[in-house]
Design a protein around this ligand. Structure first.
Ligand SMILES: Cc1ncc(C[n+]2csc(CCOP(=O)(O)OP(=O)(O)O)c2C)c(N)n1
Ligand SMILES: O=c1ccn([C@@H]2O[C@H](COP(=O)(O)O)[C@@H](O)[C@H]2O)c(=O)[nH]1
Length: 286
């Protein structure tokens, strides 16, 4: 075997030992969800069409420190409502959206005109085979390419209430982002609701840092949901109800209402993609 190939195989074996031949991801959401948000990572914020009820300081810091701010169709009106609730002196400090996208069946005309007048870029995405959220990510990605910007995270402000089809559709967008490479390879996509954050764990090894308050908070739930396919083999540590080379499948085991065992990290080794969600008390200001 030629030398370069031998080196590659040796490294692959090492990697296989560590990462089960698949992938190895570390997740530290504290810089994203802590309200002070001293975040040096480059990230974009996407606002979907649900009321924004998270802590005001968290949202305004998140928004103003983002590299790119996108409101999606009716999400623009939700953003406008959120702004109206802020004290006037704070309103003046808030950056305007960079992009407004959507098929525009939900946004009131006067809101669209108001934001056009202050030079927000408006992109009409009429395709009815993809949701406005999915199309917003495509536009976001084009914007990043055009502006030579590599972003680490896309933080989507939404809710897990309201229409079930939209909730499922948003999870479908997480899958599409991965399967159809809607975002850069290194860009991580999250759904942030009132008091929780969710993202997909791809096949491989994951180390999830648990914020200190959640380590000891008995109400700090977390979950591992096998959306889309059965997860035939999953092993965890750091949870109250750990899984040991078990399978997750609807109709058999789905890990809801799980919680932390006080460890600093949760580890997950999974053979198939699963949806990880966890409560983050600081989002609401608890
Ligand atoms: C098999 C199939 N089912 C349903 C649809 C319809 N459909 C899927 S995505 C989409 C656009 C949804 O737009 P969005 O703004 O995300 O949601 P809205 O609030 O307008 O319903 C539509 C109409 C389709 N194109 N194909
Ligand atoms: O109940 C809802 C409604 C919408 N969404 C998300 O927002 C975008 C835009 O929605 P519009 O109704 O077109 O304004 C949609 O694609 C969904 O991703 C939601 O999560 N819940």
């Amino acid at each position: 075997m030629e030398l370069r190939k031998m080196w590659f195989v040796k490294n692959l074996n090492q990697c296989a030992k560590n990462c089960n031949l698949l992938g190895c991801w570390k997740w530290d959401i504290s810089r994203i969800v802590m309200r002070q948000l001293q975040c040096r990572a480059k990230y974009a914020v996407v606002i979907l069409n649900r009321p924004i009820t998270q802590n005001q300081t968290f949202i305004t810091n998140l928004w103003n420190n983002a590299c790119l701010r996108v409101t999606v169709d009716g999400g623009t009106a939700q953003w406008d409502n959120f702004l109206k609730e802020l004290p006037e002196n704070v309103q003046k400090t808030i950056r305007v959206p960079d992009l407004i996208t959507g098929d525009f069946d939900s946004i009131p005309q006067e809101i669209l005109q108001k934001y056009e007048a202050i030079n927000c870029k408006v992109i009409h995405t009429p395709d009815q085979n993809h949701t406005d959220f999915t199309k917003a990510l495509m536009e976001l990605n084009s914007w990043c390419k055009l502006n030579n910007l590599e972003i680490d995270h896309v933080i989507t402000i939404c809710q897990s209430s309201g229409r079930l089809d939209h909730i499922m559709g948003n999870i479908q967008t997480l899958f599409l982002a991965k399967e159809k490479l809607l975002l850069g390879l290194k860009t991580r996509l999250y759904l942030v609701t009132d008091d929780s954050i969710s993202w997909l764990l791809q096949p491989g090894d994951h180390i999830i840092k648990i914020p200190e308050q959640s380590q000891v908070n008995k109400r700090a739930w977390c979950s591992l949901i096998p959306v889309g396919e059965t997860c035939s083999r999953i092993t965890t540590s750091g949870l109250k109800w750990n899984l040991e080379s078990q399978s997750l499948k609807f109709g058999e085991i789905v890990s809801t209402s799980n919680t932390f065992d006080g460890s600093e990290h949760v580890t997950v080794k999974c053979s198939n993609t699963v949806l990880w969600s966890m409560k983050v008390p600081t989002l609401l200001g608890e």
